[in-house]
Design a protein around this ligand. Structure first.
Ligand SMILES: [Fe+2]
Length: 326
């Protein structure tokens, strides 16, 4: 008895990993008739906050306004793309096909023993774009299933999804040297706990110590303005810390900052275990900067924030402002 095949939709895009994305894109546009769609820079996690480790030239296939080729180059030594290139050479990395219902497609494939590079489907909360890679072992390249929500146009990609998908390839690469163990970011402020909590619990002071700068009162609530739409923000203090929750539609994200009182200072800290493992190093770095700025603010010494920290906070603000997810 023959089994029915999956109902795969049309080709959506394919992606090359190369050493020089611009040269490869130029060849395709100037010699082969592809048309440039856009250039997209992403930080998949190996570059500091505010910079990028992935360069993508997105090109329309000749004669098409729906299908693209993505030419990807890793911009840092440690980026997953550079490491992939060193290990497997340049060429086609994956081919993506549209599916109408990614969960159903995946269920059918898993029932036939097909493996994926991540357990979860990667989903962009704003656009509804959903993606997953089938394991390389099946065909010698990765196959991507992609379900575009109504609000994602053909040929567009979401940075967060691109970064998350890329990170599902880690197991294919020889492990890089393990980074030093990360410590939970914390700061000691020589002030009573009430003074520290009063500053932390005031949403309108966030712009003075974090990258969350566009905070406004709207209809009795508080919002953070972002390029792709406002997020509702609730700030809830209690005796042992402050919880910050951002909402959009049915989605929410909470960050908790804990405070503990000692005889001569208040300790402020954040547990990194609450964040996804791949994001912890970058988050630890920016939280350390924010907590130093908080201490300077509580102690009324704003000039103590170094120009390097100010630059990091500026970059962090820009990244948050342009983010599509929460
Ligand atoms: Fe893709």
């Amino acid at each position: 008895m023959t089994r029915t095949t999956l109902k795969l939709g049309e080709l959506d895009h394919y992606t090359l990993i190369v050493r020089d994305a611009r040269a490869v894109a130029d060849f395709h546009t100037k010699v082969l008739g592809f048309r440039p769609a856009r250039i997209q820079l992403v930080n998949a996690g190996s570059a500091p906050i505010g910079s990028h480790d992935m360069l993508n030239h997105v090109l329309w296939l000749p004669g098409s306004t729906e299908r693209v080729m993505v030419v990807t180059e890793g911009l840092t030594e440690d980026s997953i793309f550079r490491r992939y290139l060193e290990e497997y050479g340049a060429g086609v990395h994956h081919v993506a096909y549209a599916v109408e219902n990614i969960e159903r497609a995946l269920g059918e494939l898993r029932a036939r023993g097909v493996h994926t590079t991540s357990d979860q489907i990667l989903r962009d909360p704003v656009s509804g774009l959903r993606q997953i890679f089938l394991a390389r072992a099946h065909c010698g390249y990765f196959l991507e299933l992609i379900e575009r929500g109504e609000s994602t146009e053909a040929g567009t990609f979401v940075e967060d999804n691109m970064a998350a998908l890329a990170n599902t390839m880690q197991s294919y690469l020889t492990p890089a040297e393990q980074p030093a163990a990360l410590h939970d970011p914390s700061v000691k402020i020589p002030r009573p706990i009430d003074e520290v909590l009063a500053v932390m619990a005031d949403p309108f002071r966030l712009p003075h110590w974090t990258g969350h700068r566009m905070i406004r009162a709207v209809d009795g609530g508080v919002v953070e303005a972002r390029m792709h739409g406002d997020l509702a923000l609730s700030v809830v203090p209690d005796a042992t810390g402050v919880s910050y929750t951002w909402h959009r539609d049915e989605l929410s994200k909470t960050v908790r900052i804990a405070v503990t009182q000692s005889p001569d200072h208040t300790q402020v800290s954040v547990e990194l275990s609450a964040f996804p493992a791949t994001a912890r190093a970058a988050i630890a770095e920016i939280l350390a900067v924010e907590l130093r700025a908080l201490a300077a603010l509580v102690e009324d010494q704003p000039e103590r924030v170094s120009s390097a920290d100010r630059d990091r906070l500026d970059a962090w603000h820009l990244e948050l402002h342009q983010r599509r997810g929460l």
